[in-house]
Ligand binder design. Structure first.
Ligand SMILES: Nc1ncnc2c1ncn2[C@@H]1O[C@H](COP(=O)(O)OP(=O)(O)OP(=O)(O)O)[C@@H](O)[C@H]1O
Ligand SMILES: [Mg+2]
Length: 214
């Protein structure tokens, strides 16, 4: 059976794609799933995190397999990974090159992180358009959300008007996400009782429900 795949895509740089890919992977792995991470970003920041993880957490990635692929190898590597794990998460670069299109086409869900601001909302258009063209359902998720502010509600209303699905779960502006990654971990492992952990677990569950995973 082929595992479901989620591509985390957002053409705007720095939206939190790599952070969310790693944090979700750890959340699923700690819930007992075998997770495959596929990095198609030549920047290789997820690869760097995984290297630290192998050195500091567990040589085998502690429930997470990692593959970096580009070009003609991408589809083959993705298929191979989908046969060996329960769920694949794909981290993509901040542009719209062929690889991203392939990953968006192949995925069961496109997760689109976005900071709740007008600029970020406007910048999200091309990514959503790509998902629509490739006939893959998209789910936006607010990331780096300030603790207080009516802005989130305002942006949420705009998105609702445009009939774009938005995750119920909102990820806050939390240093714990980056701090855990310095150690090759995720917040679920390093800060089990932190608000960041509650948030990423809630997002993982919301996505699993959307994918029809137990
Ligand atoms: N929820 C969050 N709270 C605080 N900081 C965050 C959060 N999410 C991401 N960051 C920080 O924002 C920066 C960009 O995050 P990240 O590298 O994950 O984005 P990206 O979309 O993968 O970027 P790129 O487009 O360059 O690949 C990093 O410094 C990261 O630690
Ligand atoms: Mg990245």
């Amino acid at each position: 059976m082929l595992a479901k795949a989620v591509t985390i895509a957002q053409q705007k740089g720095g939206a939190g794609k790599t952070t969310i890919a790693a944090q979700l992977a750890v959340a699923y792995a700690r819930a007992g799933m075998r997770v495959g991470l596929l990095d198609i970003d030549p920047q290789g920041s997820l690869a760097a995190w995984y290297e630290v993880r192998k050195a500091l957490v567990a040589e085998d990635g502690a429930g997470i397999a990692f593959v970096q692929a580009s070009g003609w190898r991408l589809s083959t590597e993705l298929d191979r990974l989908r046969r060996s794990v329960d769920l694949v998460l794909i981290d993509s670069p901040p542009h719209a090159e062929t690889e991203v299109r392939i990953a968006v086409r192949a995925a069961d869900l496109i997760l689109v992180p976005m900071q709740p601001s007008p600029m970020d909302l406007w910048a999200t258009g091309p990514t959503l358009e790509m998902a629509r063209k490739e006939k893959s359902p998209a789910l936006m998720v607010f990331n780096r959300t300030p603790a207080k502010g009516k802005l989130v509600d305002a942006v949420r209303r705009k998105i609702r008007d445009a009939e774009i699905p938005v995750a119920q779960t909102v990820l806050g502006n939390r240093v714990a996400f980056a701090a855990s990654m310095m150690e090759g971990a995720g917040v679920v492992e390093s800060n089990p009782r932190h608000a960041a952990t509650r948030e990423i677990k809630a997002l993982a569950e919301e996505i699993a429900a959307k994918l029809g995973l137990g």
